[in-house]
Design a binder for this molecule. Sequence first.
Ligand SMILES: [Zn+2]
Length: 165
Amino acid sequence: MEIGIYRSNGASRSQLERVQLTKESAIAGFSLAAKSDYEPGDLILRVGGLQTTRNYRTIQTGIATHVQNDLLSYLNHSCCPNTIVNTEAMAIEASARIRAGDELTFFYPSTEWELARPFICRCRAPQCIHLVAGAKYVPIDTLGRYFINSHIRELALAALVKVAA
Ligand SMILES: [Zn+2]
């Protein structure tokens, strides 16, 4: 089901040719679904955003920077995600084979150090981390299995140095 709120929410026509907002998520209320097929590495969307302070709809793009983007805020978390959010390129890229209609997901700790609203994951992946509260709360060897943005690597390293000191 498509709903008609996004045009006024600032999503561009070209973005909406590539993804659609759907209410048939297996994971949460609303989600983004692919409108066409993608192979790993394919660019799905380039995304901008309004710089703001951290809230449950923002994406962390640096050590202390957060952006809010109305499409990105509907991209749900999965512990077995099919996209990555690359905050250097400000792009959503396929990390698995995606078929039109598939729900798009990414691993929230790959961008978020601490979530404004932690939650219990119900993705049912065997490797599910269960509590999604940000990279700060994920063991380093678990983080190592995922694509992780450079600001999260930096923050994780800083936390390790602090523990070791
Ligand atoms: Zn999970």
